[in-house]
Design a protein around this ligand. Structure first.
Ligand code: TPP
Ligand code: MG
Length: 626
């Protein structure tokens, strides 16, 4: 075969356009496009290549590099990790703006390909604009920041290095256990340098995503353990959804009567009204799931990495004899909590487990308890959905209005603040892809950018972005991109004048909401929740801000008006922002759970001393699952 003379950037773009992924016989393109913001570090390299090969790989113009990585990660999540976008940036600040997005994607195990520009490989004009100079290390650049947050990292100092690096990158991106951020740092001179690439490199290449089965002996051990169980429970995580195992999971639950709790990423594994569904588990869990978890004797984790929110900081499972079985494609997670490790794909493993458990069923009383808890919990949801709080509405009623209005297949998206916990507890999920709360990294600013990625992935679904005022202020600029590209979002901007979630957390650690209100400085402090006479509220008008971006804005002040606005929004075909103020203190309770946030061990403040005492008591329930 011959060769073709291309710049490294041209070769990279052509290569990306020819990568495919296959699972269950369905083949799709791995990269549906490339986000990029140009500067001297990529304009003449990847920028030029994207222009030249615009028909092969679509270019999208975002406003912020962090946001474009969020959008790519959200896209990948909506597509069950089988498709994604690349992200190109200039060198320096454009590159490091992507570090947060990179961490988010790696922590959530979502494939994204980052292509930060880098300083000259030849080092001839050093130091170039935005170059970090390290006196002790000639090969260091700001892009080394990405090493910690990437699953594969490489710097391509020669154009031919692209060949092994690109192949390694694809292997990692498409490996369901390994996937996350892949960073290929591209020195700006090398991007523009030509090389005779072998034609084979550009042929269509299919990356197969297998559905591996666990070791049969491990499966036998797991089945034997479960057969002995009287109070088994399943905790379903994001892996169930990525593997498209939700039907299999539901059938297993029906066959055995084992009830299911859900993590944030796993919410939607079961329809909310299924009798085996206990809803959210852990620190932001329902009383239904948390009561069952407390006494469970065997806990079957499926596609979960057991974060502290899921385990309520290791206080959720109090049965002294509790044992774990972990179904996970990642060895790391399968071995957590000294569990029987079923390293494999969630769907095929649950199918195998169903078979191995044939004839096994929990006792009728236990099944009935789950059904009863499911119904009791839904009554609590209804109570919170219909709270008529005045003068400002309760956030739970805002969530209720959006949930009741939205269609089952619509998607709700959120990431940080008080809403993720409330949504985890209260959102009635009716479709496995209808709930998208990024809670691996819980990144303020993900909401709107993530919503854009979801809408790009699923234009047929309405996307409801639930965003707090704090998150909105951190990053709302992708509203503009959504309008530019015609990807409509319905943004519900829930305004409580600051950080309500951290305000509540601060009060619980004895600190009176220090630094969490958006108010003028007064008497030396900024907005303590306990102050009789706090500083005035700031004159910020977020609705007008959204209007200035070109969004269709509706200002509401009651839940009734919100309902009207949602109906109006449905008829509008560009991005809408519905602004609604909510009461800062009318929160959703926690239900029999704990979260470990250490309180100062010594303090002059009595409130801190009291909080420390309570903390020390709460911590006593923490366990080691060895
Ligand atoms: C980028 C980032 N910075 C800080 C935090 C810590 N944090 C979590 S929630 C929150 C406040 C969020 O405020 P807002 O969006 O208004 O939601 P609210 O808490 O008022 O519901 C902060 C500061 C975070 N999760 N992400
Ligand atoms: Mg807020």
């Amino acid at each position: 075969m011959g060769t073709v003379r291309l710049t490294m950037a041209q070769a990279l773009v052509r290569f990306l356009a020819n990568q495919y992924v296959e699972r269950d016989g369905v083949e799709q393109r791995l990269f549906v496009g490339c986000f990029g913001i140009f500067g001297h570090g990529n304009v003449a390299g990847v920028g030029q290549a994207l222009q030249q090969y615009g028909k092969e790989l679509t270019y999208y113009q975002p406003r912020n590099e962090q946001a474009m990585v969020h959008a790519a990660a959200a896209y990948a999540r909506q597509k069950n990790r089988l498709q994604t976008l690349a992200c190109t940036s200039s060198i320096g600040p454009g590159a490091t703006n992507m570090v947060t997005g990179a961490a988010l994607a790696t922590i959530n195990r979502l494939p994204v390909l980052l292509l930060p520009g880098d300083v000259f490989a030849t080092r001839r004009p050093d130091p170039v604009l935005q170059q970090l100079e390290a006196p002790h290390d000639g090969d260091l650049s700001v892009n080394d920041c990405f090493r910690a947050v990437s699953k594969y990292w490489d710097r391509l100092n020669r154009p031919e290095q692209l060949i092994p690096a690109a192949l390694a990158a694809m292997r990692v991106l498409t490996n369901q256990a390994e996937t996350g951020t892949v960073t290929l740092a591209l020195p700006q001179d090398v991007q523009a340098e030509a090389y005779d690439y072998p034609e084979e490199f550009f042929e269509e290449r299919v990356w197969h995503v297998p559905r591996p089965l666990p070791d049969p002996a491990a499966l036998e051990r797991a089945a034997a353990l479960i057969r002995e169980a009287r109070r088994p429970m399943i905790v379903s995580g994001g892996g169930t959804i990525y593997s498209e195992a939700t039907d299999t999971l539901r059938r297993l639950a029906e066959q055995t009567g084992i009830p299911v709790g859900e993590t944030q990423a796993g919410k939607g594994s079961m329809p909310y009204d299924h009798p085996c569904s206990l809803g959210a588990v852990g620190a932001t869990g329902t009383f239904a799931a948390n009561r069952v978890a407390r006494d469970a004797d065997v806990v079957i984790g499926v596609g979960t990495r057991w974060t502290d929110f899921t385990t309520a900081s290791k206080t959720a499972f109090q049965n002294p004899d509790v044992r774990f079985v972990n179904v996970n494609v990642a060895d790391l997670d399968a071995h957590k909590h000294a569990g029987v490790a079923l390293v494999g794909d969630a769907r095929t493993t649950l199918e195998a487990l169903s078979e191995a458990l044939s004839g096994y069923e929990v006792e009728r009383e236990y099944r009935e308890q789950s059904e009863r808890l499911n119904r009791e919990w839904d009554r609590e949801v209804e109570r919170l959905y219909t709270l008529e709080h005045e003068p400002l509405p309760a956030q739970s009623a805002v969530i209720g209005a959006v949930n009741s209005f939205s269609a089952p297949e619509d998607v709700v998206v959120c990431a940080a603040g008080s809403m993720p916990g409330d949504l985890h507890k209260l959102w009635r999920t009716r479709d496995p892809k209808g709930y998208h709360v990024e809670y691996g990294y819980s990144t303020m600013g993900y909401e709107i950018a993530g919503g854009l990625g979801i809408k790009l992935a699923a234009p047929e679904r309405e996307v409801y972005v639930m965003v707090g005022d704090g998150s909105y202020l951190m990053m709302s600029s992708e509203i503009i991109t959504s309008i530019q590209e015609g990807y409509k979002l319905t943004v519900v901007l829930v305004d409580n004048q600051g950080f309500a979630s951290i305000g509540a957390l601060s009060r619980s650690v004895g600190s009176q909401g220090f630094g969490t209100q958006y108010r003028y400085r007064k008497g030396g402090s900024i907005g303590l929740d306990t102050e009789q006479d706090p500083g005035e509220v700031l004159p910020v008008d977020l609705a007008t801000n959204a209007e200035s971006f070109g969004a269709h804005v509706i200002r509401t002040s009651t839940v009734g008006e919100l309902k009207g606005a949602l109906a109006e929004a449905k008829e509008v075909n560009r991005t809408i922002v519905i602004h609604i103020p909510v009461d800062r203190y009318e929160g959703v309770p926690t239900y029999e759970s704990f979260w470990d946030v250490p309180v100062a061990e010594v303090s002059e403040m009595e409130s801190v001393q009291a909080a420390r005492k309570e903390y020390a008591e709460g911590r006593q329930a923490e366990r080691r699952h060895l």
